[in-house]
Design a protein around this ligand. Structure first.
Ligand code: PMP
Ligand code: GLN
Length: 380
């Protein structure tokens, strides 16, 4: 059979490639972003309880209502904004799915979407499979901030949306109030949508405030705001998340969702609905993750890697020019094989493979894992 590829330029995601290489070489895996420590036992117990109580059939298409209510309460508490759990929140099988669904909801062939690079690797294929074009703008190296003049220059009548991701994967950069002001000015009076990837909302450091679209009614009116329970509760394998959008936008989002996943895993939604009342679980996250970042930074001082700043997410990038001048993909493969530490080459997050000779480390790992990795890197 002949098959014409819908995504002819896409290979296997770098996360799968590096994780496979890590296990082949028994390397410490600081590549793919997932915690290697346990998720909260109280939450798994609640899911167990839900299964035993018989919550094992389809949930409603937009999600288990008590979970949507818990999310609405959390949004009101954190961002001083009351969203309607009935019409403005949909539970999705992960954050990636929420972003894909939002893009599929709004895009027509020929539309343009502004994407900042380096960019999480699903965005551009998600745009292209909808027959639209990604217009990429480089974040300014090495602090990876947004150059708003470039955004202004890129906007034209075909611009359908801008994707914002803060805290940012892979760089750990974080948008601030000035960025929000710039964004407000640029989209005011236009029909440009915002897809806001906020899966790292609680992984934010040094007292920074998370600039959620949910704080700003003029931005929220045009936004699909996407979250992931995997990041907040250390359960990336659950693939559960949610999208928040104004009711008119959400009604269209649900038309796409209902004929794709239709609904999400019920017992996990039931468990999460109860667990979310525990505010400490997310309020303590920034400090806990910052501690992991800082421990990693101290240990890495003994190596020849030069870390770039990370203000959020669970990633930190590093330059390796004191060790090698190889392309970052080659270097990351060699580091896995020879030093036994897997990372992600940041050029994988650029469509044209732009290579600043930077690799990404994930520090959401046990103290023991981080120590082992740093020891191996010291000797490299
Ligand atoms: N966006 C970004 C920037 C991410 O890093 C992730 C985590 N893989 C996601 C979205 C999606 O998360 P999920 O696993 O819930 O699909
Ligand atoms: N978000 C994670 C990362 O950036 C993993 C994503 C994936 O494996 N698809 O590493």
């Amino acid at each position: 059979m002949e098959i014409q590829s819908r995504l002819p330029h896409v290979g296997t995601t770098i996360f799968s490639v590096m994780s496979a290489l890590a296990s082949e070489h028994k390397a410490v895996n600081l590549g793919q972003g997932f915690p290697d420590y346990d998720m909260p036992g109280e939450l798994t117990a609640l899911v167990n309880k839900a299964m035993k109580k018989g919550f094992n059939q389809y949930s409603p298409m937009p999600g288990w209502m008590p979970l949507r209510e818990s999310i609405a309460d959390k949004v009101a508490f954190l961002y001083a904004n009351r969203v309607d759990p009935d019409k403005e929140i949909t539970i999705t099988p992960g954050g990636t799915y929420a972003i894909y669904t939002a893009l599929t909801t709004i895009l027509q062939p020929g539309d343009e979407v502004i994407v900042f690079e380096p960019a999480y690797d699903s965005y551009i294929p998600n745009i292209e499979i909808n027959g639209a074009r990604a217009i990429t703008i480089d974040l300014v190296f090495p602090d990876y901030r947004i150059d708003w003049q470039s955004v202004k220059n890129a906007i034209n009548p075909r611009t359908k949306a801008i994707i914002i991701n803060s805290p940012h994967n892979p760089t750990g950069s974080v948008i601030n109030e000035e960025d929000i002001m710039q964004l407000q000015q640029l989209v005011r009076g236009t029909n440009i949508f915002i897809i806001s990837d906020e899966v790292y909302e609680h992984l934010i450091f040094d007292g920074r405030k998370h600039e959620s679209m949910l704080r700003y009614p003029d931005l929220l009116e045009r936004s699909f705001v996407c979250f992931s329970f995997g990041k907040t509760y250390h359960c990336t394998g659950w693939k559960l998340g949610y999208c928040i959008a104004p009711s008119k936008l959400m009604a269209e989002f649900r038309k796409v969702h209902q004929f794709n996943a239709f609904a999400c895993n019920t017992p996990m939604q039931v468990g999460l609905a109860e667990y979310m009342a525990n505010r400490d679980a997310y309020l303590q996250l920034p400090a806990k993750m910052q501690e992991r970042r800082d421990r990693f930074i101290v240990l890495m001082k003994e190596t020849r890697f030069d870390l770039l700043p990370s203000g959020g997410s669970y990633f930190i990038c590093a330059k390796y020019d004191r060790i090698s001048d190889e392309p970052d993909r080659d270097f990351a493969v060699k580091l896995t094989r020879e030093a036994g530490v897997a990372t992600i080459p940041v050029s994988a997050f650029y469509r044209n493979g732009n290579d600043h000779k930077v690799i990404r480390f994930c520090f959401a790992k046990k103290e023991k894992t981080i120590k082992e990795a740093a020891e191996r890197l010291c000797n490299y």
